[in-house]
Write a protein that binds this ligand. Structure first.
Ligand code: FAD
Length: 424
């Protein structure tokens, strides 16, 4: 039987068991592939473990936004601001920022917005299907989310509303009273909110990874806990050689690189130069259980609160500092004051030390688009990484698109904007 008929048991190996690799593994199994996942730590150990759990399909705008330029120097100088480059990392991050600036050009921005919207449009439907297939529907709540404003001039609020509405996002403007009718525990300092009605959240992104891992194993998937250090394709046979940190090696037929922010060296070994950077993000997990029914992001404070099964997650901030620098405790801790300002009663007698700090690496490309699809250099190598701030949101959909590409089927969405050769 041929590989694309979906019933032949052809083998494929995925490097990376974040939400992106796990979802891809399941979609490939559904197409009949015999899948092995290799991860250096275990399922959901990377960014997928501690993200804000928001299926954020309202986020249709690329991060390269010229309106941030005047605010940038102030943000960079503030060590606890929402955006920071570690001084030691500044020179290393420069090439990424040069490309980021180019992506602020109007033509590029329009093109990138279109490509983000194409993914966002089908992401929630794909996630609904995935959680249903994996028997974990309870981990997806479709209750919308709020973007709240404090002390913001009404014309600025309206400008945001218009931008989202013009981009086709389902959104309603609420005043302070309407906000507190929806979410009574929110502070009276909130004067307005944008209510995104067609988005969702999960009560625990790590539990979601674990549920996917369970399904993967139940379908006969193999999980190998090892660290890949080198990948090479034999010229004569096109078989792929994987070398592990332990010194062992494996020969495989087909490979998917889904190693999140760690994908860059493997792409390079396969002949692709990708400007992948990690945007380090933080959370402070508070044990207090909030009465919120949906995620609440703050326009002014640039962070998000998500009600979770084990407490209330305060998450956000962007820090450029590479993959090796340790977590900066103050960057997690500063989220507490913001959380307390928006949920004063919940955190009235709480202290920052109640919270558990976490840092994760968002895999980000300067055009805010992921890399999805087949290598143009090695036909048996595929990529799915670079999902930036939207990896949870896009995971189920990009898994489907990838599986279609591997199976040689026409994909539901044109993959051209996400091809790896866009950086050549
Ligand atoms: C603070 C924060 C909040 C966020 N909030 C949201 C949100 O609300 N909504 C949303 O959609 N997205 C959010 N994101 C982004 C989202 O978490 C990421 O885009 C997503 O988790 C990326 O998934 P991934 O599978 O590509 O990478 P990861 O989850 O990082 O997984 C990569 C895996 O590869 C493995 N690996 C790496 N190198 C090797 C190697 N050499 N050998 C073997 N295995 C290896 C790692 O162990 C890891 O398990 C947030 C991120 C952060 C940091």
């Amino acid at each position: 039987m041929k590989e694309h008929d979906g019933k032949h048991g052809a083998t494929i190996t995925i490097v990376g068991a974040g939400i992106v690799g796990l979802a891809a593994a399941i979609e490939l199994q559904r197409k009949g592939f015999d899948v092995t996942i290799i991860d250096k730590e275990g399922a959901g150990a990377g960014a997928s473990k501690g993200n804000a759990g928001h299926f954020a399909t309202e986020q249709v705008f690329p991060l390269a936004d010229p309106s941030i330029l005047p605010k940038l120097p102030g943000m960079l100088l503030d060590p606890l601001g929402p955006f920071r480059i570690q001084p030691k990392y500044f020179v290393k991050a420069l090439p990424w920022f040069m490309r980021f600036l180019i992506n602020m050009l109007p033509g590029r921005r329009t093109q990138n917005t279109r490509a983000i919207k194409a993914l966002n449009r089908s992401s929630i439907a794909a996630m609904k299907e995935l959680v249903s297939f994996c028997d974990c529907e309870a981990l997806l709540t479709l209750n919308g989310s709020l973007l709240v404003f404090e002390n913001t001039p009404l014309d600025e609020v309206n400008k945001e509303l218009t931008a989202y509405a013009n981009a086709g996002v389902e959104v309603q403007l609420l005043d302070g009273t309407q906000v507190r009718k929806l979410e009574p525990s929110l502070s009276k300092t909130i004067t307005h909110a944008l209510y995104f009605t067609h988005v969702g959240h999960t009560s625990d992104p790590y539990d979601l990874c674990k549920a996917l891992e369970l399904k993967f194993i139940s379908l006969g998937g193999k999980f190998v806990t090892e660290e890949l250090v080198k990948v090479a394709v034999a010229k004569s046979s096109s078989s792929i050689q994987l070398e592990m940190v332990t010194g062992t090696s494996k020969q495989i037929n087909k490979l998917v690189i889904a190693a999140g922010a760690w994908s860059k060296p493997f792409a390079k070994q396969l002949g692709h130069r990708v400007p992948l950077e990690s945007e380090r993000g933080y959370h402070l997990m508070m044990p207090q259980l909030s009465k919120l029914s949906r995620p609440v992001a703050s326009y002014n404070r640039k962070f998000i609160i998500t009600p979770m099964a084990e407490g209330t997650r305060l998450a956000g901030t962007v820090e450029f500092g590479g993959l090796k620098a340790p977590l900066v405790p103050e960057r997690a801790d500063c989220l507490f004051a913001h959380g307390k300002a928006l949920l004063p009663t919940l955190f009235e007698s709480a202290t920052v030390t109640d919270g558990e700090r976490w840092m994760g690496f968002r895999p980000s490309l300067p055009d805010s688009l992921p890399v999805i699809g087949r290598s143009d250099k090695q036909s048996n190598v595929f990529f799915s990484f670079g999902h930036q701030h939207l990896g949870l949101t896009w995971s189920a959909l990009t898994a489907k698109l990838l599986a279609q590409e591997v199976a040689g089927e026409q994909s539901n969405i044109d993959l051209q904007p996400y091809r790896i050769d866009r950086f050549d």
